[in-house]
Design a protein around this ligand. Structure first.
Ligand code: AMP
Ligand code: FE
Ligand code: FE
Ligand code: ZN
Length: 283
């Protein structure tokens, strides 16, 4: 049985394995293909691709964009990004600029709260292009201001936290259109994570499909069997493909393992083959 993982993070964003380490781990885990889908950056893809070529593990070039909809947050995965994606790169640079401004503002707030933390320390923790709250969290954790990452998000960095600042993000339709216009297969990540009502989720999917959405992430670490069924039904109803992945982040989400998530996730290679067949058919 050949397995794949189409949703993973590396040190290019908030994962803790370098792209090459992640591909080596995929090989060890017996995966035949992996999509690297770092938040707001494609800077880990070339390294992952080169390592994958050496190891005989297929790399699907991807990214994950956090977006806003009128029903709340949504995350959009781009899969099979072409090598040359100038319009996407331009948007990603803008998002990185906004991330930097926000990180500085969060650190300022933490300092105003009397915590000893600097942007330099945050940047030392972050090893890649896309820097964010997990890196700030790791500094606070190391300095003993909090006991664990749950507490740091609850107390300081999560919405409602004392140093919370919302992030500038793209509208979901804009993000879907941008990625689709460059030839990517665009999938709605972990659709059940946001607890939107079934009716609203269906409305959202319909709207995103009009913008170029081509798949739904049905197989996902945190999806229950019922969640998977909801996603498969939505895919059937809207004639969309189905993607699947663990959302592996290395030791930033230690309970989630590459390929298998919390242990029971299995994404069969047929998921990848079906998505590829849909691409060929222009769906
Ligand atoms: P950012 O992109 O800077 O807004 O940070 C978002 C990332 O922070 C997510 O992708 C998660 O990896 C992490 N994160 C967000 N909320 C939490 C939480 N409550 N506990 C642990 N990690 C979180
Ligand atoms: Fe993350
Ligand atoms: Fe996500
Ligand atoms: Zn993710």
């Amino acid at each position: 049985m050949s397995l794949v993982d189409l949703h993973t993070h590396t040190t290019a964003s908030d994962g803790t394995d370098t792209p090459a380490q992640l591909m080596a781990l995929a090989k060890e885990a017996g995966l035949v293909a992996v999509a690297v889908t770092d938040h707001d950056t494609v800077s880990g893809l070339d390294e992952a691709e080169a390592a994958g070529r050496e190891l005989g593990v297929e790399l699907v070039r991807g990214c994950e964009l956090s977006c806003i909809t009128d029903m709340g947050e949504a995350h959009i995965l781009g899969l099979w990004l072409p090598h040359d994606i100038a319009p996407v790169q331009k948007k990603l640079r803008w998002l990185q600029q906004k991330r930097t401004e926000r990180n500085v503002a969060i650190v300022d707030r933490l300092q105003a709260l009397g915590l000893d933390i600097s942007m330099d320390e945050v940047l030392r923790v972050a090893r890649g292009e896309s820097v964010g709250r997990p890196h700030i969290a790791s500094v606070l954790l190391r300095k003993g201001y909090v006991r664990n990452s749950r507490e740091v998000f609850q107390k300081y960095l999560g919405s409602g936290g004392r140093a919370y600042i919302p992030r500038t993000v793209l509208g979901a339709e804009e993000a879907v259109h941008l990625l689709a216009s460059q030839g990517a297969t665009v999938s709605l990540a972990h659709p059940l994570h946001w607890k939107i009502s079934p009716d609203n989720l269906a409305k959202l999917v319909a709207r995103l499909k009009d913008a170029g959405l081509s798949a739904i992430e049905a197989w996902y670490s945190e999806h229950s069997a019922a969640d998977v069924r909801v996603c498969l039904e939505l895919a059937r109803r809207f004639d969309l493909g189905v993607s699947g992945g663990s959302d592996y982040h290395g030791s930033n989400k230690p309970a989630i393992a590459l390929g298998v998530g919390y242990g029971s996730l299995r994404v069969h290679k047929s998921v990848l083959d079906d998505l590829r067949a849909r691409r060929r058919a222009g769906a």
